[in-house]
Write a protein that binds this ligand. Structure first.
Ligand code: IPM
Ligand code: MN
Length: 383
C-alpha cells in the first residue's frame, strides 16, 4: 500500500522522539511491503521562527495533501512562556488542527503492561485486576470551542467560556464509544455531570438513545467526580469510557498516570473520514530536550494508532505494540520508567537503562522478529 504521512515534529523532545517513530515506520514499511511517503512540516515554536505563525498555511497544506498526520509535541520552556514564540503556542497549533480537519473524537488507551506494575502509582492488588481501558473524548464542543468573553461589569472583571453541546456532536462521540466497546469487552461508561449541568443531561439522554442500536453493549452512566475517584480506586472496572471535551481532557491525563509515565501513552484524534492526527499527550518536555533521554514509546505507539485507525493496518499496528511490550519485557527502560523513578531502590538486575535511540533499537529488534503475514513473533525453532 502507498500512503502519505504528514510528519510534524514540533518542539522540545518532539523532534527527538519523532525521528525514532519514523525509523519504526520505515521498518514496518519494509517488512509488510508498504510505501510510506513522509512529508515534514513545521508546527509550534519551530514554525513561529520560520514563518511567524504556530501553524502556517504551508503546514496545513502538507496535512491536507496527506493520508494522516503524525504529530510530535509543541510548546516552550516555562521560563520563556511570555515570549511571543510560545504565547498560545499549544492552542494555536493543536486546536486549529482539530477545528480545520474536524477531528471530532480523541482516543487514548491506558494500559498497564505486564511487568511494569512497579512504576505505576497504584497498589499491586488494584493492578492485579488488569488495567486496560480506552478513553474516548469528544473534541469539538464544550468550553473549548464556545464563545470566550472577557470584560468588566460595574468595576468587576469577569471572564466566561460558553460550554454547549448539540445532539449531533454527542451522537458522534456515542457511536465512537459503542463501536470501540464492540471491538473490546463490550462495556461502555458514559461520563457526565448530569446532576448539575444541562448539557450533561442532554449528553446522557442522547447516549441512551444511541444505545438502542447497540444492544450487545452494556452501558453505564457515571458522574465525572465519581469517575475520577474510580479511576484511582478500581481502574480495572473500565473498558471504554466516553465523555465530553473538558472532562475527557482531565480524566485522560488522570488515566495516563496509571501506567506510570506519559512516555507510554499515545493518542489519536479522528474525523468521520478516518483522517486523523496521532500524538503523544505528554508535551514537549523542554527540561529533558536535547539530551537523548526522552522515552520514544509514546510517539512510536502513536504511529501504531495511525496505522490502525487511518490505514486499517491492524496487523502492522499490533506488530509495533507487541514489539514495544517485548522490549519492555526484556528490561529496556528509559529514565522515566525505571523502578527508581517510582521510588523503588531495590536492585533489579533485569532493568537496562537506555536512551531514546537505544530504546528504539530494542523495539526494532523485536519488530524484526515479527512474521509479516500473521503479525505474530516468528516461532523460534527448538532442537
Ligand atoms: C490535550 C492537551 C490540549 C487540550 C491543550 C494543549 C490545548 O492538553 O491534547 O489534552 O487541552 O486538549
Ligand atoms: Mn490534556
Amino acid at each position: 500500500m502507498q500512503r502519505t504521512i504528514a510528519v510534524l515534529p514540533g518542539d522540545g523532545i518532539g523532534r527527538e522522539v519523532m525521528r525514532e517513530a519514523v525509523r519504526v515506520l520505515k521498518v514496518v514499511a519494509d517488512k509488510f511491503g508498504h510505501e510510506f511517503h513522509l512529508n515534514e512540516g513545521s508546527a509550534g515554536g519551530a514554525a513561529y521562527e520560520k514563518y511567524g505563525a504556530h501553524l502556517p498555511q504551508e503546514t496545513l497544506d502538507i496535512c491536507s495533501a496527506s493520508d494522516a498526520i503524525l504529530f510530535g509535541s509543541v510548546g516552550g520552556p516555562v521560563s520563556e512562556s511570555t515570549l511571543p514564540k510560545w504565547v498560545d503556542c499549544e492552542r494555536n497549533s493543536i486546536l486549529t488542527l482539530r477545528k480545520t480537519f474536524k477531528f471530532a473524537v480523541n482516543l487514548r488507551p491506558a494500559k498497564v503492561y505486564s511487568g511494569m506494575e512497579e512504576i505505576s502509582p497504584l497498589k499491586k492488588e488494584v493492578l492485579d485486576r488488569g488495567v486496560d481501558m480506552l478513553i474516548i473524548r469528544e473534541l469539538l464542543g464544550d468550553a473549548y470551542f464556545g464563545r470566550h468573553e472577557e470584560g468588566e461589569r460595574n468595576g468587576v472583571r469577569y471572564a466566561s467560556d460558553e460550554s454547549e453541546y448539540n445532539e449531533d456532536q454527542i451522537k458522534v462521540a456515542a457511536h465512537a464509544g459503542f463501536k470501540a466497546a464492540r471491538l473490546r469487552k463490550k462495556r461502555l461508561t458514559s461520563v457526565d455531570k448530569a446532576n448539575v449541568l444541562t448539557a450533561s443531561r442532554l449528553w446522557r439522554k442522547v447516549v441512551k438513545e444511541v444505545s438502542s442500536e447497540y444492544p450487545d453493549i452494556q452501558l453505564e452512566d457515571m458522574l465525572v467526580d465519581n469517575c475520577a475517584m474510580q479511576l484511582i480506586k478500581d481502574p480495572a472496572q473500565f473498558d471504554v469510557i466516553v465523555t465530553s471535551n473538558m472532562f475527557g481532557d482531565i480524566l485522560s491525563d488522570a488515566a495516563a498516570a496509571i501506567p506510570g509515565s506519559l512516555g507510554l501513552c499515545a493518542s489519536a484524534s479522528i474525523n468521520d473520514q478516518g483522517f486523523g492526527l496521532y500524538e503523544p499527550p505528554g508535551g514537549s518536555a523542554q527540561d529533558i530536550a536535547g539530551k537523548g533521554i526522552a522515552n520514544p514509546i509514546a510517539q512510536i505507539l502513536s504511529a501504531a494508532l495511525l496505522l490502525r485507525y487511518s490505514f486499517a493496518m491492524e496487523t502492522e499496528a499490533q506488530a509495533i505494540e507487541n514489539a514495544v511490550e517485548a522490549a519492555l519485557k526484556a528490561g529496556y527502560r528509559t529514565g522515566d520508567i525505571t523502578r527508581s523513578t517510582a521510588g523503588d531502590t531495590t536492585k533489579n538486575s533485569t532493568e537496562k537503562l537506555v536512551g531514546t535511540e537505544a530504546m528504539t533499537n530494542a523495539i526494532i529488534e523485536e519488530l524484526e522478529k515479527t512474521n509479516a503475514k500473521s503479525g505474530k513473533k516468528e516461532a523460534v525453532a527448538t532442537a
